[in-house]
Write a protein that binds this ligand. Structure first.
Ligand SMILES: NC(=O)c1ccc[n+]([C@@H]2O[C@H](COP(=O)([O-])OP(=O)(O)OC[C@H]3O[C@@H](n4cnc5c(N)ncnc54)[C@H](OP(=O)(O)O)[C@@H]3O)[C@@H](O)[C@H]2O)c1
Length: 249
């Protein structure tokens, strides 16, 4: 198949591109560096031309709900419209695991954007042409969500069933390869506190640098993220634990 991956240089996109190429697919790698801007729509139709599947893995990291909704609604619409203009083209959207109450949370505005993204694809792309791939949070998210103050590391205390981004990419590539549609959720082997993952990561890094581990402080998050709001109900599981992931990095 010919597959266009939007967001091809990202944490996830780069891993997915590798996985799809290893499976013998022709991949068009699209991102702003190649002149494709999903937010404005520039170059999207050209990048999509002739592809059997369009994959959305673009991202803008913000916890501001208004910005997240604005970004994901523009980006998703331009990819969905490009697919609609080519009969026979499918869409695979990379979303994140969250329950409906999280998608309405003011504190976690990013998830309002992801909820909007999912709504746009479900509205524009016929269900037999849409794969909604919802991954639980990745171990790699720790760095993006850590605030460093001197020797201290502050991270949100959230209950997650995290997995390695590479594992999520492998499972998404398998689903695309076999032409799956509908909603698929994936997660890691255990439910744990995000701050505990951050602690394991900080300790492993300190050990390999021969330094003292920084103190990692979990900041309690009121609302659904501290309960089961980010835990997918019945996901496909990766069996790679955070310790195994740390050993192979
Ligand atoms: N982090 C997690 O734990 C997690 C878990 C599950 C799902 N996800 C989802 O995974 C997706 C990808 O996240 P990520 O962490 O891999 O993102 P990332 O590392 O920030 O990469 C974003 C990618 O999108 C491209 N991009 C950004 N804005 C663009 C635009 N306007 N037009 C074209 N390309 C654009 C970037 O390239 P350029 O800057 O060159 O354009 C880059 O290739 C997100 O939708 C996120 O919700 C994340």
């Amino acid at each position: 198949m010919q597959i266009t991956v939007f967001g091809a240089t990202g944490t996830f996109g780069a891993r997915l591109v590798d996985q799809l190429r290893q499976r013998g697919h022709t991949v068009i790698a699209a991102h702003r560096g190649t002149g494709v801007d999903t937010y404005t729509g520039r170059g999207v139709a050209e990048a999509a031309e002739g592809s059997d599947v369009l994959v959305d893995c673009v991202n803008r990291m913000t916890m501001n709900g208004r910005q997240a909704v604005d970004y994901f609604s523009h980006s998703s619409r331009s990819i969905a419209v490009a697919a609609a203009e080519q009969p026979g083209t499918s869409v695979a959207c990379l979303s994140i695991a969250f329950r409906p109450e999280v998608g309405e949370s003011k504190l976690l505005g990013y998830y309002q954007g992801k909820a909007m993204q999912e709504r746009i694809y479900r509205r524009i792309v016929p269900s037999d042409r849409l794969l909604m791939f919802r991954s639980a949070q990745w171990f790699e998210l720790v760095d993006a969500m850590t605030m460093t103050v001197g020797p201290l590391r502050f991270v949100p205390k959230m209950r997650v069933q995290a997995l390695a981004a590479a594992e999520a990419a492998r499972m998404m590539a398998e689903a695309i390869d076999s032409g799956e549609t509908g909603t698929i959720e994936v997660a890691g082997p255990e439910i744990s506190d995000f701050a505990a993952i951050a602690r394991r990561l900080a300790e492993a890094r300190a050990r390999s640098a021969g330094e003292k581990s920084p103190k990692v402080i979990g900041i309690p998050l009121p609302g659904p993220a501290s309960r089961d709001g980010l835990i997918p109900p019945s996901p496909r599981l990766s069996d790679v634990t955070v310790d195994e992931w740390l050993r192979t990095r």
